[in-house]
Structures are given as C-alpha cells and as structure tokens.
Design a binder for this molecule. Sequence first.
Ligand SMILES: [Zn+2]
Length: 411
Amino acid sequence: MKYILIIGDGMADDPLPELGGRTPLEACRKPFFDSLSRRGVLGLAQTIPEGFPPGSDTAIMSIFGCDPAKYFSGRAPLELAASGGVMPEGGAAYRCNMVALGGDETLPFAEKVMLSHSAGSIEGAESDELIKWLFDNPEFAPMAKAAGMSVLPGSSFRHLAVQADADLAGIVLAPPHDHLDEPIGPILPRGNGNAKALLALMEKANELLEHHPINEKRRAEGKLPANGIWFWAEGKGAKLPDFAGRFGADGGVVSAVPLCHGIAVLVGLTPVSVPTATGEWDTDYEAKTAAALDILKGHDFAAIHLEGPDEATHNHDLEHKIYSVECLSERVAKPLCEALRARGEDFRLLILSDHRTFMRNGAHGATPVPFMIYDSRELRPGSGLPYSEKNGEAGPFLESGTGLMPLLFSE
Ligand SMILES: [Zn+2]
C-alpha cells in the first residue's frame, strides 16, 4: 500500500461575487479531483488550532500529525532546518522577506505601504544578489553585526536571518502577506528592545535598496522593486516527532518552499526539490509528479505540496488561482494515480488545502478546510459529492488537523 498526501496551498476560499457566489474550488474545472471525492471520504478539518494565526506553518505541521500547540515555535526555525543552517544557542531565526514598499521616498518609513510581500515574486538570482549586497554594505553591515544578525540567502523572496542571543519576549512581528496595500506603521516590529534593532535594520535597508541598480532596472521593466526587507516568523528551536515511528512509513516531501522541507527534515522524511519548480502557478507540475512517483518506488509515503494557489491569491490573481487548482487535479493527481494503477499498486490518497486564502483580501483564513481521502480499493461507498468547501460540511469533521494522518494510515 502506498500513501500519498497532496497539499494545494491556500486553494480553499469563500464564495466570491465575481464567481456568481461560488468559491474558486466550485468554479474551476477539476473532473479528476471531483471523481476521487465522489468515490472517497469528503470532510472538513480544522487545520489551524484555536489561538494560532492562520498560516502554512501551523497548518502543515498539524497535517503531518504534529500539534502546533505542543511543537510550534515559529516558522523560520522550520525553514532553517530545511536549509541545513544551525541555530546558535540562545539565538533565533527569522524569515527575512524581500518586499516592495510603496510611497514617495521622502515619506517617513512608517507611512510607506506594503505593495508586495514577495517584491513582485522576485527571481532568486536577483533576490540573492540584493540581500548579499545589503549585508555587505558598509553602512548596513556594522548595524547587522551589532544586532548579531546574519543572513542565509533563500534563492527567492524568502531569505532567512539568524540572530545570536535574540530576545523574543514580547516581540510582535507581522506577516507581510496579511497586510498588502496597507501602510506599514501599525505592523512594524514592536514590543521590546530587540524589535527596535530590527526596525532600524529594516529602515536602513529601505534607504539603501531604494536606488540599487537592480531595482532601477526592475522599475524600468515595469516590475516592483525589492526595496525593503521584512523580519517575521521568528522562533528559537524546533523538534518534531518521528513520522516513520508513528505511521510505519517513510518517504519524502516534494515542495518548492523551505517551510515544507523543514517540517520534512524534522519529522525524518526526505525533502525533495525539483529544479524547475517555482513555488508559483507556473511551476513544473509534471516534474513534481514524477518526483513523487520516484519516491514511491522505494518508499511507502510521498507528499506533494503546491504553493501556486496561495501565491496567486496573495497576488489578487483569481485566474491563476483557478488555473493552479485545475493543474493540481489534472496534471498532478490524475497522472499520479494512473501511474500507480499501472504499477499495480494499491494506494490511499489525502488531498486538501492547508488553510483558506481569501481572494477578497489576499489573507489567510482559519476556518476549516475541505479534505478528501481516496482508497484505490474503493471498499466503501463514497461521498457522491465533488470536492468543495460546502460539500465538506456533509462529511466527517476533524477538530484538529492532527487527525488527518491517522485517518490516511487507517485501513
Ligand atoms: Zn500564503
């Protein structure tokens, strides 16, 4: 028996007036997803535990069977584990996004606006060049050193920063993707002395990056500049329970985002990267599917995570949110199942959205998400319903996302 998990990041949503009161899941063409859902179990799961901000970090941890209330200590330490980076004793890790800040450059820093949490989905090479230049800059480097801050370039908008002797008590850092088009004043670092040091670094970075030649070139090409850095997702350490020990299967996790790879590493699964994956709607769906099938040749568990629907939603791009869900159904799930059948393998497949991401405001939501579990042996009657948020209400309700893996591995 093979066990497969497919996560369409942020694909669940709420009904939208521009779709005639339907959600993107209801409006898109995904015959394969719907056939699995009709013949499988369709339900709802509360993947975001009460009291936690909705995000892929807590949602995907709970999907992998780790209760965030017990194990979550920030997103950046998970990503640090993925990068092979080392957490210094007493130190902390932060995400250090490249962001695009708007507003006249004479405006006070706090009055600038968060135009993009990803600097317009900046390409990895440009992003790495900018962050290295910044941390080597003679004005910035001494400030970073004084704060004990170093950077690990992330080859996308997602860099990591590691701080020695970090004080996180009372600190408040905001996820930039939840505050798009808002002035940054109310979401700047606050809460303790360390927050002031982070804020000073962010302000100086904006001043120095504003007219960097790469940003002038980006503007000339009609792209958003990467004229800011944003610290968030802070945390100190991370340890997660062993996946194979709990569920009796080992394997790998195919993803383009460091968070998923970090969770994989910490639960003892193999992180798998696909060079042509982008973490966006234009990713290489076929290559990701092939990578999962490759894992399943020698192991019993494979996960595929697709970030496309989430990023499209953050970018207010309904067309490509729908497109990426359709690809996930017809270009990932379908060929994957057909290949396993051709190999003569029985399989159980869990498909879900880790959390909702709302087209109406580009932010994550904490309401339950629809999940489906399909067993290739089709031992029991299925739900009879296509895969959607509303139809999930008719099936079982899991109060915690940590119930999903036991359900996938139950026979
Ligand atoms: Zn997101």
